[in-house]
Design a protein around this ligand. Structure first.
Ligand SMILES: Nc1nc2c(ncn2[C@@H]2O[C@H](COP(=O)(O)OP(=O)(O)OP(=O)(O)O)[C@@H](O)[C@H]2O)c(=O)[nH]1
Ligand SMILES: [Mg+2]
Length: 440
C-alpha cells in the first residue's frame, strides 16, 4: 500500500537540504509525465490531513499531528503517483499522473524564517498547482502570514532573452504554478461590499485589492497583495467549513480526524474536499520546463529538485533558467548514451566480435544494417532527449558522429576478419592441394 516518502529534508548536522535516497529510488522510476500539487501554509492548519483526502488513502497517510507541536518536517511526497481518471484533465498539457507534496508548516516556533523561505520557495518551484492553506478568513493577519510571497522576487531569479539574471514579478510569473487559497474552518457569509452573494474566487480577488492607508504594516500587506496578484496569474479560492460542525461529533473528534470516515464529517466540508479534488485533478497540468516547454517526469522532477537544493545549499539564488538548462542537458546526454548503446549492442549482435566463425555479410547487407541500427538509435534518442533546442541538436549530432565512427571501426574489423578468414582458407586449400599433389 502506498505511503508517504520523505523527499527533501534538512541534514541535522550540516543544516543542508538533502534529497533522501528513498525519494530518489521512487522518483527515478516514475517515467510518466507528472503534475505536482504542493500544499503549504502555517503549521498546524490541517495540510497533511487534506493531502490524505486527495491521495484517497485508507492506510498510512501523511503524518497528521494531534498535538500543538509541528508535525511535518521538510517536504514529503506521496509514494505512488495518482493516475488521472476518465473525468480528469486530458489532452495536450495534461499529465499522465499527479504527485502530491506535503510541506513543513510555516512559522513554527522551532524554525527560522530563512528555513521557512527555503521550504516555501522549493514548494513553489516544484509545483504545477500550489495550494496555500490557512484558517478562517483572508484578513490582514492572513496576508501578513503570506509575506514570504513578496520576498520571492528577491529569492528566485530567471534569465531573460538578453541574458540577464533577475527576479522581477513579470519575469517569474510565467514559471509560477496555479494558486489555490484553501480556507479552513470558514464560517463567514460570502457577500461583497454591497451585500450581494459572491463566489469564493471573487472574495479572494476582493481581499487582494490594496488597502487604504499609509502605515508601514498596510504598505507591507499591500506589497504582499501585489506580489500574489502579479506572480500568480491564475488564482482560485475554496472555503471549507469546520469539519465537525453540526455533526454531533465531540470536540475531541478533531484529534481523531484522520481515523474518522469522511462521510461522518460536515457535508459541506466533504463537498468542498470533492471540489478541491475536481479542480486539482480535472484542471491538472504537467509540470513543464517553462511555458510550452518539455513536460517533466518523476525522474526529471528529481533532477530539478536537486539543482534547486544545490543552489540553495551554496547560498545562491535558485535560478530557474539555469536549472532548466541543466536538466535538459543531462537528459540529452542520457539520450545520447542510450542511443549509442542501442547502436553498439546492435552491431555486436549482428557481427559478434568474440567468434572466429565466418560471417556471411556483403557490403550492401552491412550498409543496410548500419542504416537500420542508426534509425533505432535515433528513435531511442528522441524518446529520451528533452526539448528541441541547441542541447538536443548538439547531442543528436554527437550520436550520429559516434555511430559513423563505430561503423568505420566495425567495417575495418570486418575487413580484417575477412582477410584473416581468406588467408586461412587459402592456406587450407594450398595444404589440401599440396597433399593431393604429393599423394598423386
Ligand atoms: N479545526 C480543524 N482542524 C483540522 C482540520 N483538518 C485537520 N484538522 C486537525 O488539525 C490537526 C493538525 O492537522 P495536520 O494535518 O497535521 O496539520 P498540518 O498543517 O499538516 O500541521 P504541520 O505538519 O505541523 O504543519 C489534526 O488534529 C487534524 O485532525 C480542519 O479543517 N479544521
Ligand atoms: Mg503536516
Amino acid at each position: 500500500m502506498a505511503a508517504p516518502v520523505p523527499f527533501i529534508q534538512v541534514d541535522p548536522v550540516s543544516s543542508l537540504l538533502v534529497i533522501t535516497d528513498e525519494a530518489r529510488a521512487y522518483l527515478n522510476q516514475v517515467e510518466t509525465t507528472v503534475g505536482v500539487v504542493a500544499v503549504a501554509g502555517i503549521y498546524r492548519t490541517g495540510k497533511s490531513f487534506i493531502l490524505n483526502q486527495l491521495a484517497g488513502t485508507t492506510g498510512t497517510g501523511f503524518g497528521v499531528g494531534n498535538s500543538v507541536q509541528a508535525k511535518t518536517k521538510g517536504i514529503w511526497i506521496w509514494g505512488e503517483p495518482l493516475r488521472l481518471g476518465p473525468n480528469d484533465a486530458s489532452g495536450p498539457g495534461a499529465p499522465q499522473e499527479l504527485l502530491l507534496l506535503d510541506t513543513e508548516g510555516l512559522q513554527s516556533i522551532d524554525q527560522t524564517e530563512g528555513h521557512d523561505a527555503k521550504i516555501f520557495s522549493l514548494a513553489i518551484l516544484l509545483a504545477s498547482a500550489f495550494v496555500y492553506n490557512s484558517k478562517e478568513a483572508i484578513n490582514n493577519a492572513a496576508i501578513d502570514q503570506l509575506s514570504l510571497v513578496a520576498q520571492l522576487t528577491q529569492r528566485i531569479v530567471v534569465r531573460t532573452e538578453d541574458g540577464n539574471d533577475g527576479g522581477g514579478a513579470d519575469r517569474l510569473a510565467p514559471f509560477f504554478p496555479k494558486f489555490t487559497w484553501l480556507l479552513r474552518d470558514f464560517s463567514l457569509e460570502l457577500v461583497d461590499v454591497h451585500g450581494a452573494a459572491q463566489s469564493t474566487d471573487a472574495y479572494l480577488e476582493e481581499c487582494l485589492h490594496p488597502s487604504k492607508g499609509t502605515s508601514a504594516a498596510i504598505q507591507e500587506q499591500n506589497a504582499t497583495r501585489e506580489a500574489i496578484r502579479s506572480l500568480f496569474k491564475e488564482r482560485a479560492c475554496i472555503a471549507l467549513p469546520h469539519p465537525t460542525l453540526g455533526t454531533g461529533l465531540p470536540p475531541s473528534a478533531l484529534r481523531e480526524l484522520d481515523k474518522t470516515p469522511l462521510s461522518a464529517l460536515n457535508a459541506d466540508f466533504v463537498s468542498g474536499v470533492n471540489l478541491l479534488k475536481t479542480r486539482l485533478f480535472g484542471g491538472a497540468r504537467s509540470k513543464t520546463l517553462g511555458v510550452g516547454g518539455p513536460a517533466l517526469t518523476g525522474r526529471t522532477l528529481l533532477q530539478l529538485a536537486g539543482m534547486y537544493c544545490d543552489a540553495i545549499n551554496e547560498g545562491a539564488l535558485p535560478n530557474i533558467s539555469n536549472a532548466f538548462t541543466a536538466v535538459i542537458v543531462a537528459e540529452c546526454n542520457r539520450a545520447l548514451e542510450e542511443g549509442a548503446r542501442v547502436y553498439i549492442e546492435g552491431v555486436g549482435a549482428f557481427a559478434p566480435a568474440d567468434t572466429d566463425a565466418p560471417l556471411d555479410v556483403d557490403s550492401l547487407h552491412w550498409h543496410e544494417e548500419h542504416a537500420r541500427l542508426l534509425e533505432s538509435a535515433l528513435r531511442r534518442f528522441k524518446s529520451i532527449a528533452m526539448g528541441d533546442g541547441p542541447a538536443a541538436a548538439e547531442a543528436q549530432a554527437k550520436l550520429v558522429a559516434l555511430c559513423a565512427a563505430e561503423r568505420q571501426k566495425n567495417e575495418a574489423l570486418l575487413r580484417m576478419r575477412s582477410e584473416v578468414l581468406c588467408e586461412r582458407l587459402v592456406t587450407k586449400l594450398l595444404d589440401t592441394f599440396g597433399q593431393r599433389a604429393r599423394e598423386a
